[in-house]
Design a protein around this ligand. Structure first.
Ligand SMILES: NC(=O)C1=CN([C@@H]2O[C@H](COP(=O)(O)OP(=O)(O)OC[C@H]3O[C@@H](n4cnc5c(N)ncnc54)[C@H](O)[C@@H]3O)[C@@H](O)[C@H]2O)C=CC1
Ligand SMILES: O=C(O)CCC(=O)C(=O)O
Length: 633
C-alpha cells in the first residue's frame, strides 16, 4: 500500500471458521474425547450447538455454556489443540501471511472463542496479544476446564458489540466473519462494512445480510487493491463443466478455490455461446463443439479441458490464436476402449446381439451356425496409435493374428504385421476395427468401396469417431449380408443428453451391436480422466506449465521463487525483443526466461525477482501482437 495513501481501515477478524478453517471448541472436544465411547455423538452435539449459535438460532451464551458442559477438556489438551489449529489456518489467510504481518497494527481478532488457543495461532501472523479480544477459560484445581470468565464481555450475548464499544476504534472498521454475531457489529453501527467470510462455511442467514461475500481473503485484498500473494483471486476463476465428467473433477477445481458450474448434458453452439461469457475454464467431453463463434464469445477463457482423448470437437487453431490452452487425457481411457473392442469381437463372432434379442422375446434357438472362435482369425487394426497398439497386444494374447495400417510409421508390437495400404488390410482381415482419430480429413474414411473390399462375412467395429464412417454404406453392407456384423459406439450425430432419442439407420439391423459412445465410460477411466485433466489445467493456471497441451507450445517450467509474467503472442519476429525492452526500460531484472513457439503463437515466460508496478504490466499488455498476458504472482 502506498504509505501516503489513507490508512487501512481497522480489520476485525473472527477466529473460528474464519481465521481458521474449523471451530476451536469442536477441535478441543475431538481431542479431549479421544477414546471416549460416545466421542462421535458428543462431538456432533457440540458442532450442532456451534452452528445454532453461529446462525443466531440460539443465544450465544446458551450455546457456549452447553458446549463447555459437554467438553470434558483439561489444561493438558490445549497444547495439542494449538498445534492442530496452526495447521488449520484458512488457506487464503496463510497465503497472505505477509499482509497480516505488515498491517498487524490495523488488525484485531475479536472472537467468542478462547484466548488460550487463539493468541498462539495468530501470533505467527504478527498479531499481538493486545489485538486479540477473546474469552478465557476457568479451570478447577485438577486443571479441568470448568467454564469461562464471566467478567469478560465476550462471554455474554451481544459480547462482540460491547467489545467494539470498548475498543472505540478511531476510523473506519471492516468486520470479516462467518457468524451472525459478526454481522451484529455492523447492525449495531459499530462497523462500516461487514464481509461474510465463506471460505470455510457459508451460513445463509449471515450471507444474506453481508455488504460483500468473501470466498477467500484474496477476494478482499483484490477488491480493496491491497497487496496480495496471488495476482487474481482464485474464486473469480469460473469453471463450466459440461457432459458429466466424474465428480472428482468438480472436487479438484473446487478445492483449488474456483467457482464451478455444471451442466449435465452437452450444449449446442448457441447455448454454449450464451453460457461462455465470464468462463475461464471450460470442461467438455466428446459431444460439445467448441467452434470459432464459441471462442469469440469466450471473453475470459484461458483453458479448455477435453475430458476424453479426442479433441476433434474443438477448433484447436482458433483456440490457440486466442491464447486458450487445450488439455486432454490421452491415455486415461485407452484400456477401457480396448476391453470393449475385444468383448465386441467375441460377441459378434457368436451372433450374440441377435441371440440375446430373441431370448428376450422368448425364442430358443440353440445352433452353431454362423458362430466362430476368434482364435486364429485375423484382426485388422486401422489406426495403430495408443488404442490400436494396445488392442494388438491383447488380441494376440487371445490367439488372433494382427495386421495393422497407419498413416504414420509405428512401432510394431508382438507379431503384428504392418500393411502398406488400407486395401491390403481390408482384403485379409476377418475383423476390421477402426482406431483412427477424428481429424477432418478422416471424414467418411470408410465407405462403400472399403466395405466392398472386406471379406464376405467379415465383422466391422467403429469405436473411434462417428464421422469417419459412411453410415448408410455400412447399413447397406450389413443389409445385403456382405458383412457378418458390426459394433458401433460412435455416430455422426449423437444425442445431446440421455433424454434425447437415438435416431440412426443402423437401428434394428441383425447382428449389430450399438452402444451409446461408452468406449471410455468405465469407473476407472472416468476417475483417471477427472484427475488428469484438472491437474494439467490447474498447473497451467498456477505455473504456466503447458506440458501435454494439445495446441500450445509445450514448456515445462522450473519452480522459481519469482514473479512470473506470462505472455502469449502471435508468432511474428521481434516480440521477445519488445517484451525485453519494456522490462529494461522499467529496470526490471530478469531471473529466467523461457520461449517456445509453434507456427501460430509464441509463448514466453519471464521470471522477475522484484515488485513490479502496474505501469510495467500495462506496457507489456500493450506490446504489439499480444494475444494474452497474465501475471502469476
Ligand atoms: N469410443 C470411445 O469412447 C472412445 C473413442 N476414442 C477415439 O479413438 C481414437 C483413437 O484414440 P488413440 O489411439 O488414443 O489415438 P492416437 O492418436 O494415439 O491414435 C490414432 C492413430 O490413428 C492414425 N491415423 C489417423 N488417421 C489415419 C488414417 N486415415 N489412416 C490410418 N491411420 C490413421 C494416427 O497416425 C494414429 O497413430 C481417438 O481419437 C478418439 O477419437 C478414444 C477414446 C474413447
Ligand atoms: O467419454 C466420452 O465422452 C468420450 C470418449 C471419447 O470418445 C474419447 O476419449 O475420445
Amino acid at each position: 500500500m502506498n504509505p501516503t495513501a489513507a490508512p487501512l481501515p481497522y480489520l476485525v477478524f473472527d477466529f473460528d471458521s474464519t481465521f481458521t478453517q474449523v471451530e476451536g471448541l469442536d477441535e478441543l472436544a475431538d481431542i479431549a474425547l479421544q477414546g471416549h465411547p460416545d466421542q462421535a455423538a458428543v462431538v456432533a452435539q457440540i458442532r450442532a450447538l456451534t452452528d445454532q449459535g453461529m446462525a443466531g438460532e440460539i443465544g450465544f451464551q446458551e450455546s457456549l455454556a452447553k458446549r463447555l458442559a459437554l467438553l470434558g477438556a483439561t489444561e493438558k489438551h490445549l497444547a495439542p489443540l494449538v498445534a492442530r489449529l496452526r495447521t488449520k489456518v484458512s488457506e487464503s489467510i496463510r497465503r497472505n501471511g505477509d499482509f497480516f504481518r505488515r498491517f498487524a497494527d490495523r488488525i484485531y481478532v475479536v472472537s467468542s472463542g478462547f484466548r488460550e488457543f487463539i493468541e498462539p495461532v495468530v501470533a505467527e501472523f504478527g498479531i499481538t496479544a493486545d489485538h486479540v479480544l477473546a474469552n478465557t477459560f476457568t479451570f478447577d484445581a485438577a486443571g479441568r476446564i470448568t467454564g469461562c470468565d464471566p467478567q469478560n464481555v465476550l462471554s455474554r450475548d451481544g459480547g462482540k458489540i460491547r467489545q467494539l464499544v470498548l475498543l472505540d476504534l478511531d476510523g473506519p472498521v471492516y468486520v470479516l466473519g462467518d457468524g451472525y454475531t459478526d454481522y451484529q457489529i455492523r447492525e449495531a453501527g459499530l462497523a462500516h462494512r461487514f464481509y461474510a467470510y465463506t471460505e470455510n462455511v457459508a451460513r445463509p442467514t449471515v450471507v444474506a445480510r453481508a455488504d460483500e461475500v468473501l470466498p477467500s481473503f484474496d477476494e478482499f485484498l483484490y477488491q480493496l487493491k491491497l497487496p496480495m500473494t496471488l495476482s487474481y483471486p482464485k474464486n473469480r476463476i469460473k469453471v463450466l463443466l459440461l457432459e458429466n465428467p466424474d465428480a472428482r473433477a468438480q472436487e479438484l477445481f473446487s478445492a483449488e478455490g474456483y467457482q464451478v458450474e455444471t451442466v449435465p448434458g452437452g450444449l449446442d453452439e448457441e447455448e454454449l455461446i450464451q453460457r461462455i461469457e465470464g468462463v475461464s475454464i471450460l470442461g467438455i467431453r466428446s459431444k460439445t463443439q467448441v467452434t470459432k463463434r464459441v471462442l469469440d464469445a469466450a471473453n475470459r477463457l484461458i483453458s479448455i479441458g477435453a475430458f476424453c482423448i479426442g479433441t476433434n470437437q474443438i477448433n484447436l487453431d482458433a483456440a490457440m490464436e486466442r491464447g486458450v490452452a487445450v488439455f486432454n487425457a490421452p491415455f486415461s481411457n485407452t484400456r477401457s476402449v480396448v476391453e470393449l473392442a475385444l468383448g465386441e469381437i467375441i460377441v459378434l463372432a457368436r451372433l450374440i446381439p441377435e441371440k440375446n434379442a430373441r431370448m428376450h422375446r422368448g425364442e430358443w434357438d440353440k445352433s452353431a451356425q454362423g458362430s466362430f472362435e476368434i482364435r486364429g482369425k485375423t484382426l485388422g487394426i486401422v489406426g495403430y496409435g495408443n488404442i490400436g497398439a494396445q488392442l494388438s497386444v491383447v488380441a494376440e494374447a487371445v490367439g488372433m493374428k494382427v495386421v495393422y495400417f497407419d498413416i504414420a510409421e509405428k512401432l510394431q508390437l508382438g507379431n503384428a504385421v504392418k500393411c502398406r495400404t488400407l486395401e491390403e488390410l481390408l482384403t485379409q482381415a476377418d475383423v476390421v476395427t477402426l482406431h483412427i482419430d477424428g481429424r477432418p480429413e478422416n471424414e467418411r474414411f470408410i465407405g462403400e468401396q472399403e466395405f466392398a473390399l472386406m471379406k464376405p462375412g467379415a465383422l466391422f467395429l467403429n469405436n473411434a469417431r462417428g464421422h469417419v464412417v459412411d453410415v448408410p454404406a455400412l447399413a447397406a453392407a450389413l443389409r445385403s449380408g456382405h458383412l457378418g456384423g458390426a459394433a458401433v459406439d460412435v455416430f455422426p450425430y449423437e444425442p445431446k443428453t440421455n433424454h434425447e432419442s437415438f435416431e440412426n439407420e443402423l437401428r434394428g439391423l441383425p447382428n449389430v451391436l450399438l452402444t451409446p459412445h461408452i468406449g471410455g465410460s468405465t469407473a476407472e477411466a472416468q476417475r483417471n480422466i477427472a484427475e488428469f485433466v484438472p491437474e494439467r489445467i490447474i498447473q497451467y493456471v498456477n505455473t504456466g506449465n503447458t506440458q501435454q497441451s494439445v495446441n500450445f507450445p509445450n514448456i515445462q517450467l522450473p519452480v522459481q521463487q519469482a514473479h512470473r509474467l506470462i505472455h502469449i503472442h502471435a508468432n511474428v519476429p521481434g516480440v521477445l525483443a519488445r517484451i525485453n525492452n519494456v522490462l529494461a526500460a522499467h529496470h526490471v531484472n530478469i531471473l529466467g526466461q523461457y520461449l517456445k513457439t509453434n507456427e501460430l503463437i509464441g509463448y514466453v515466460i519471464t521470471d522477475i525477482n522484484q515488485e513490479y508496478d502496474q505501469e510495467v504490466i500495462q506496457a507489456l499488455r500493450e506490446v504489439e501482437h499480444t494475444i494474452k498476458f497474465r501475471v502469476l504472482y
